[in-house]
Design a protein around this ligand. Structure first.
Ligand SMILES: NC(=O)c1ccc[n+]([C@@H]2O[C@H](COP(=O)([O-])OP(=O)(O)OC[C@H]3O[C@@H](n4cnc5c(N)ncnc54)[C@H](OP(=O)(O)O)[C@@H]3O)[C@@H](O)[C@H]2O)c1
Length: 260
């Protein structure tokens, strides 16, 4: 590795928004470290991006919901002396259905991925960025961060953590040369819906989903501009602005209807 070379670590880079961010950032000349569980997919993506864009792209497969695998990822990065200048905490998933009949292991894994892994990687790489007085972190939250989500209760609550955590850290590091952007997408057409076991809920019929490419472009621009909070789309910004004027019990019932 040549001295002074810096890398962008993208979690959940094997598909959806994370993949599109990897493609976009490679086209802008960023060297990449890509992680997700699907080893073969990641290896092929890294090889293609390195070849097409003349960058370095390293794939390190890991199940980030497992502490031991996160530690292995961190150790590999440390052993190879790769300096992370940009961290994109994107990997995450949801699950649709009543909490009382939900699969506990799936909930546990969701909390470990959406919350613990995001906080762990931020804690690991933020001090190096502070020392270098330069760096960027982007955490992928959601419009769901702003309200309780009946029938996706754990997911919405996990995204509320991402928003609260991100805004707090962004304030702690203000003026340090490091910025933290919390990206809040509305519905996006990716593998997310299939994994969450969506079967055409009203929400997906009502709102035209954005594409992962649109989200990647918006997220990248917001992060590079050091924006703290990046809510994608006029409709989503309008929704988040207006719900604060309604009783929370009304909003919560409305979200339940949208998930049915
Ligand atoms: N799509 C939407 O409507 C929407 C809306 C708001 C927010 N978001 C958020 O956007 C982010 C990206 O989601 P997406 O829509 O792009 O979903 P996606 O297409 O399902 O992609 C999720 C990515 O996360 C990886 N991943 C899943 N579990 C993992 C684990 N245990 N360890 C490591 N990597 C894991 C997946 O790869 P492997 O399967 O290979 O591990 C994949 O690369 C998530 O945080 C999601 O909550 C999505």
């Amino acid at each position: 590795m040549s001295p002074g070379k810096t890398y962008t670590l993208i979690t959940g880079a094997s598909g959806g928004i994370g993949f599109e961010l990897a493609v976009l950032m490679a086209s802008k000349g960023h060297h990449l470290i890509l992680t997700a569980r699907s080893e073969e997919k990641l290896t092929n993506i890294a090889r293609q991006l390195a070849k097409n864009h003349n960058i370095e792209a390293i794939s390190i497969p890991a199940d980030l919901s497992v502490e031991k695998e996160r530690t292995q990822l961190i150790n590999t990065i440390r052993e190879k002396k790769l300096h992370i200048e940009i961290l994109v905490n994107n990997a995450g998933f949801g699950d649709l259905g009543p909490f009382e009949t939900s699969n506990w292991d799936k909930n546990h894994q969701m909390i470990d991925l959406n919350i613990t892994a995001l906080a762990h990687l931020t804690r690991e790489f933020l001090p190096d960025m502070r020392k270098a007085k330069s760096g960027k972190i982007m955490n992928v939250a959601s419009v769901a961060s702003f309200m309780p989500g009946p029938l996706m209760s754990v997911y919405y609550a996990s995204k509320a953590f991402v928003l609260s955590f991100g805004e707090a850290i962004a304030t702690e590091i203000q003026g340090s040369g490091v910025t933290l952007t919390t990206l809040c997408p509305g519905p996006v057409d990716t593998g997310f819906q299939k994994r969450a076991e969506f079967r055409e809920p009203a929400l997906m019929k009502m709102m035209k989903p954005a594409t992962a490419t649109e989200l990647a472009e918006y997220g990248y621009k917001s992060m590079m501009n050091g924006k703290r909070l990046a809510i994608h789309g006029m409709m989503n910004r309008f929704l988040i602005f207006t719900i604060r004027f309604y009783p929370r019990s009304f909003v919560t019932r409305l979200i339940m209807r949208l998930h049915q």
